[in-house]
Design a protein around this ligand. Structure first.
Ligand code: DO4
Ligand code: MG
Length: 280
């Protein structure tokens, strides 16, 4: 399995527990390639012992993004449909969520530019004007400018449930604000599509105890990754490629809300763990 890390030292390629510093300095040039797996495998053959590192230093990690935009898909798992119907019941928003779950066209929304996306170890935020907030752990696709899925990372689509619940038209405010998007810790670059039985799990730690945990397999997702990408790329160009969060299948029960100081740990098989502390 090959992983690419964006770090303060430069771009690090990891394969079979070996780490190499790439000669390429630009993240945009490095990742935005068709058949990234093959291109990086060939590059690895040119690297030698001088380029080898002992490890990736956790404090050096950056979000695996530079000029790319982050987009997100919604209501792609049954649990998300159910939770949205519940949170919007006073505003009679439920029908919209059922319809988008069943419709051919998926819900896609702009989540964040790179400069508003945080990386491993950074702080995610909850809005000051919101009282009901959750993290959304999501497998996130990296798609190159030609529209092919070249890698996978972990995304946290932080969401203000009371703001979206009041009116679905408030979605951009519930979803897009400073510290609302986290990506990392690396870009997984497999030889083919990710294993369809890949698991996503989350732990929220509060005062050193687990306040919430859950897991789901991506085989519970209603839509195909390639269908989401087809819709995203229909009328939009992404000259540097794009990230697409694929939706959440995990939402805590309605009595749960995040607090400042909570630690959110999202793990996806083969990719690793993305850890962020919640700030207000
Ligand atoms: O419809 C609102 C957003 C849904 C979403 O972010 C998700 O299902 O993950
Ligand atoms: Mg989401």
């Amino acid at each position: 399995m090959m992983k690419i890390y964006n770090t303060r030292q430069g771009i690090i390629i990891s394969r079979n527990d070996q780490y190499f510093l790439s000669e390429e300095k630009s993240w945009n040039i490095f990742v935005n390639r068709v058949n990234l797996f093959e291109v990086v495998s060939n590059e690895l053959k040119q690297l030698n012992a001088d380029d080898q590192l002992k490890e990736v230093v956790a404090s050096d990690l950056l979000a695996p993004i530079d000029h790319q935009e982050v987009w997100a898909s919604g209501v792609t798992y049954f649990r998300s449909r159910e939770a949205r119907i519940e949170e919007s019941k006073d505003a009679k928003g439920g029908d919209f969520y059922t319809r988008v779950y069943d419709a051919e066209r998926p819900e896609l929304f702009f989540k964040a530019p790179a400069y508003r996306t945080v990386g491993p170890g950074d702080e995610v935020r909850i809005r000051k004007d919101s009282k009901w907030n959750v993290p959304e752990p999501e497998l996130t696709l990296f798609i190159c400018s030609a529209g092919t899925i070249e890698g996978y990372t972990i995304g946290n689509d932080m969401s203000s449930r009371d703001i979206e619940g009041e009116n679905p038209l408030y979605l951009p405010q519930a979803k897009s604000y400073n510290g609302a998007a986290a990506l990392g810790p690396c870009l997984l670059v497999p030889e083919g599509p990710i294993n369809p039985d890949t698991n996503i799990s989350i732990e929220i730690i509060r005062d050193s105890a687990i306040a919430f945990s859950d897991q789901i397999s991506i085989n519970q997702m209603r839509r195909k990754h390639t269908d989401l990408v087809d819709y995203l790329f229909r009328e939009l160009d992404f000259p540097f490629g794009a990230f697409l969060m694929t939706g959440t299948g995990i939402i805590p029960s309605d009595d749960f809300t995040l607090r400042g100081g909570d630690i959110v740990k999202i793990t996806i098989d083969e990719i690793g763990t993305l850890t962020n502390t919640v700030a207000i």
